[in-house]
Unconditional design. Structure first.
Ligand SMILES: Cc1ncc(COP(=O)(O)O)c(C=O)c1O
Length: 397
């Protein structure tokens, strides 16, 4: 009978499941009933609550990290003739955002021991003749591990460039310099379906100064000087507005903001639950000689668990190991395919090769992301550990 069949393609421990409850459903239904679906009061409240949560002077809601990155770069002067420095070890949108604005991207390899951009490599670029075009450094806090922001900020001040933090993974990563996203000139968060808090699609830009906040506010909605909420609900309501620049359409609607507000309230609880799973994984994997536990940093949000294979103790490749985990019902992912593997970037920058970025390439060849989400049961984390152990034993040299 069809209903009794087990779908063998379905992972028995999924890579990710968002933690959603009746609270999110109710908040969403209330917005539908209110009749105001687009950006309005819910979004404004979300911005206030997010800014307060991470002590940021300004927080601006957007419909994705990607659009937030483009807006932040635009507001901070990234344009044709300028360049940004970022890491090849990221999701493509970090670098593509600069290309949307006509700017170049210079890549700095990651550190030997972590997945973070290397401050020494950043400085090498800034010291070189092409360094004069650089307008911003874009560190990416992979898996929630905060990059060496003390050094990056020192370098940025020395060479007079901006710092735009890609915080897609790093909410809520807190360091002695403050929360990730409040250290540089701008921080860009993601509320995508698999992130630490989610409303399906969405994001937040945090900035320090009023002028940058004002530019992003206008550019996220067609370059208008007044948004719809202001035009239709303020005491001086009027249909009139001006267009001050050719803007984008990147605002976050109230339906999604209402969901994000509930998720934000639960962010600390989610974080505590992820930390328990990470501790259990670390204890188990540190006893296995064919894997290395992930690096940590001060203020790690524990967004992803990237397991590193010790390939010298294994007679299989990363792909074979990953396939074996999948066969055992464990959902996996890869963070990240370095950007020099993609045809667009290879064609654009012929020097952008795995040989020139050995640390990024090495980490890619050794890494597999395994399930890490708040509502995983003890049984699920134990099944993941067992699958890793059995796979390691199968392929051990
Ligand atoms: C490091 C990083 N930056 C940016 C993004 C883009 O986020 P969004 O999907 O919200 O645009 C992602 C999404 O996966 C990411 O992992």
């Amino acid at each position: 009978m069809a209903e009794n069949k087990v779908d063998s393609s379905e992972a028995s421990v999924p890579f990710f499941r968002a933690s959603l409850s009746e609270e999110e459903e109710k908040a969403c239904a209330e917005v539908l009933k209110s009749g105001w679906l687009t950006t309005g009061n819910q979004t404004h409240l979300l911005e206030e609550e997010f800014a307060k949560k991470i002590n940021s002077p300004f927080a601006l809601a957007v419909n994705s990290n990607t659009s937030g990155m483009i807006l932040a770069m635009e507001a901070l002067g990234i344009r044709q003739g300028k360049a940004v420095i970022t890491t090849p070890y990221t999701f493509v949108s970090t670098a593509a955002s600069a290309r949307h604005l006509g700017a170049d991207v210079y890549f700095a390899d990651i550190e030997k021991e972590t997945y973070s951009i290397s401050p020494d490599k950043i400085e090498e670029i800034l010291k070189s003749p092409s360094g004069k075009n650089v307008a911003a450094i874009v560190p990416v806090h992979i898996a929630g591990n905060v990059c060496n922001m003390r050094r990056i900020m020192e370098i940025a001040r020395k060479y007079n460039v901006k710092v735009i933090e890609d915080c897609a993974h790093s909410f809520p990563s807190r360091t002695e310099l403050g929360f990730a996203g409040t250290i540089g000139d701008a921080g860009i968060f993601s509320f995508y379906a698999t992130k630490t808090i989610t409303c399906g699609e969405g994001g937040m830009v945090t900035v320090k100064d009023r002028q940058t906040a004002a530019r992003i506010t206008q550019m996220r909605l067609h370059g208008m000087n007044r948004d719809a909420w202001d035009r239709y609900t303020s005491p001086k309501a009027s249909w009139e507005y001006d267009i001050v620049a050719p803007g984008f359409k990147s605002n976050l609607p109230d339906i999604l903001s209402a969901i994000a507000r509930i998720q934000l309230k639960k962010a600390d609880l989610f974080y505590e639950k992820r930390k328990v799973h990470v501790k259990k994984y670390n204890e188990a994997f540190s006893k296995m000689d064919f894997v290395k536990i992930p690096p940590t940093s001060q203020g790690d949000s524990c967004h992803l668990y990237i397991l590193r294979l010790n390939l010298s103790n294994l007679k299989c490749s990363r792909n074979e190991f990953a396939e074996e985990l999948q066969k055992r019902g464990i959902g996996i992912s890869m963070h990240f395919i370095p950007l020099f593997h993609f045809s667009y970037w290879k064609k654009l920058y012929p020097e952008f090769t795995s040989e020139n970025f050995p640390e990024a390439e090495k980490k890619f060849q050794e890494s597999i992301s395994i399930p890490l989400w708040p509502d995983m049961t003890e049984e699920m984390t134990s099944r993941v550990i067992q699958a890793v152990e059995e796979t390691g034993e199968k392929y051990h040299v």
